[in-house]
Design a protein around this ligand. Structure first.
Ligand code: NAP
Length: 444
């Protein structure tokens, strides 16, 4: 053995796909920590190829030394096939053309690290089977809750327990908007614009505010927690765009806070419940204290827990730390049999989407708003119509608004109720344009 441990270090040559926010942060992090990894873990990380759209040579500000030994290209396939790439890091995002590239790398026996929740939520089965079949690692830590090491905790730390539920705040953009609506009492659209200016929200915010992003992450969490093959489309979803400042005032009177909560749990008969919906959480709950673009995940197990993981759910640096933790793990375990990416060797197929139980029986808050001319348009009181519908459906409610604004009525249900049944009762036969309604479960 050489006296100098650095001489012994296996060099891992990295091929990077994409050169955006997370990739740049990763390159900086590797440059800063390379010597420490060499000294502490005996691993020498080097970028050998970087491919991204429009990349023609060393990009300005390349942080990883002088880049003279690195080949920069716009040809993504060059990275996957290259002899001098030991491990592929995919930081492009989306499904095409990435799915084919990740498959190509795994088929060649090259480990892959990716932060791509959409790819994993939609094609996790296929990629996991391919990686496991080939005996290569597929690192996925950064795909859910950015810098929070929740996937490793589920796959390894909690693999010996039986997980009962995983729930959390998985979308930083919507949590920022909800926190600001509460803090400033300003409307959704105004705060969304501000979030876009601050870089917390995309130009097209649909995936964040309508729950699709959180549904993808929940599908990945459910695989790791329960070993079920669930697709994002099987998650019951509602977004936050319909919330009004008055919902926050009324919630405060109930000592509650609106949060977009993703929940995956099994009912006592084993049926999985998967939902992403705004809920009114108690002001004393850990989720109420999660402000701004942060994320939090609570895991409840049969024996241990509850465990709460909380931290930065996005951002280049935080996400790059998660990507790098996968790279290091793969480099350090080289030669050993990697764990399957989602922990389980095989997945139980859940029943088709329509039959996945979407029941959330809780007491509910419901707020209904009518246009001011609604009474004249109908020739009768819309409020009286609504109360009659509750009565006919045998849903007991307590009215909680002050009655000062004639167009707004808010209630809490006296007993737990299925949220879908409540929403259907409120909507009745009305043309949806004539009123807006928000229903939120009251959760601990
Ligand atoms: N940003 C975060 O905070 C965060 C957090 C957790 C997970 N992630 C995940 O990390 C991944 C990367 O996110 P990011 O924020 O770094 O994205 P990004 O800033 O948009 O960077 C994506 C990179 O890929 C390139 N690219 C996109 N489509 C391409 C194509 N068809 N061919 C070649 N190159 C292409 C882009 O080139 P152009 O510059 O020309 O578009 C850019 O260099 C995504 O899967 C994302 O979901 C991100």
């Amino acid at each position: 053995m050489s006296e100098d441990p650095l001489m012994e270090a296996p060099t891992v040559r990295l091929g990077l796909l994409g050169y955006g926010t997370v990739a740049r942060a990763l390159v900086r992090l590797v440059a800063t920590r390379r010597e420490a990894f060499l000294r502490d873990f005996g691993v020498d990380l080097r970028f050998s190829r970087v491919a991204s759209r429009g990349l023609r040579g060393r990009p300005e500000g390349w942080a990883d030394g002088d880049g003279s030994g690195v080949r920069f290209t716009s040809e993504l396939s060059e990275v996957v096939g290259a002899e001098d790439v030991d491990l592929v890091v995919e930081l492009i995002g989306g499904v095409a053309p990435v799915r084919g590239l990740v498959r190509g790398a795994l088929q060649r026996g090259k480990p892959v690290v990716t932060a791509n929740k959409l790819l994993l939520a939609e094609h996790g089965d296929e990629l996991s089977a391919l990686a496991t079949g080939k005996g290569v690692a597929l690192g996925i830590e950064a795909s859910v809750a950015g810098g929070i090491p929740i996937l490793r905790a589920l796959r390894e730390g909690l693999s010996s327990d039986r997980i009962v539920s995983v729930s959390g705040i998985l979308n930083g953009t919507s949590n920022f908007i909800l926190s600001e609506m509460k803090r400033t009492a300003r409307p959704f659209a105004e705060i969304l614009r501000e979030a876009q200016e601050l870089g917390y929200a995309e130009a097209d915010p649909k995936a964040d505010v309508e729950g699709d992003d959180a549904a993808c992450k929940l599908a990945i969490l459910a695989r790791l927690a329960f070993g079920i093959a669930v697709e994002p489309g099987q998650v019951a979803k509602a977004g936050i765009a319909g919330l009004l400042p008055v919902d926050f005032q009324l919630a405060e009177r109930l000592s509650r806070v609106p949060r977009l909560i993703a929940v995956a749990r099994r009912l006592s008969d084993g049926t999985p419940v998967l939902s992403v919906k705004p809920q009114l959480v108690s002001s004393s709950s850990p989720f109420a204290a999660v402000e701004g673009p942060s994320n939090a995940v609570e895991v409840i197990c049969e024996t241990g827990g509850p465990f709460l993981f909380r931290g930065a759910g996005a951002g280049g640096a935080a996400t790059a730390v998660a990507v790098l933790s996968d790279i290091l793990e793969i480099a350090r375990r080289a030669g050993g049999r990697p764990l399957p990416p989602f922990g389980f060797e095989r997945f139980e197929a859940v029943r088709p989407s329509g039959e996945v139980s979407q029941v959330m029986r809780e007491r509910h808050y419901v707020r209904v708003s009518f246009p001011s001319n609604e009474r004249a348009r109908r020739g009768r009181s819309p409020a009286a119509d609504l109360l009659r519908r509750f009565e006919n459906a045998a849903i007991a409610v307590e009215r909680i608004d002050s009655g000062e604004q004639a167009e707004i009525m808010a209630f809490v249900t006296v007993k737990p109720i299925d949220g879908d049944r409540l929403a259907a009762t409120v909507a009745g036969e009305e043309p949806p344009a004539s009123m807006s309604c928000v229903a939120m479960a009251l959760t601990p």
